[in-house]
Ligand binder design. Structure first.
Ligand SMILES: [Mg+2]
Length: 105
């Protein structure tokens, strides 16, 4: 699946609601919540702060998926083609601007 496929899947799901998308500031707040949940999972897995007894099982992967879903919602709401934006990112930044920035193997 491409990112465009993810965006289409999210849009099909969202269009069952009226309105299909939250206002972008609320979407941003939700993305920030999901980032916090990702940080919590990483902290539990790699840090000294372990989960409390009875705390909900979750994974880093699940939180990344939550963030990807929310990013698709924001992009759809603003009619942004993430495939195109990601292609530009890789071409212009990773393979362009930063091509020699990091030590290579
Ligand atoms: Mg989450």
């Amino acid at each position: 699946m491409t990112i465009k496929d993810y965006q289409k899947q999210v849009d099909k799901w969202a269009r069952q609601f009226n309105p299909p998308y939250w206002p972008v500031y609320e979407q941003l707040a939700h993305l920030t919540e999901e980032l916090g949940e990702l940080a919590r999972e990483i902290n539990h897995e790699f840090g000294v702060k372990k989960k409390k007894a009875g705390e909900r099982e979750n994974t880093i992967g699940a939180e990344l998926a939550d963030m990807l879903f929310t990013i698709c919602c924001i992009a759809n709401n603003l009619e942004i083609d993430l495939d195109e934006e990601f292609r530009k990112h890789m071409t212009e930044k990773e393979y362009g601007r930063d091509a020699n920035r990091f030590k290579q193997t």
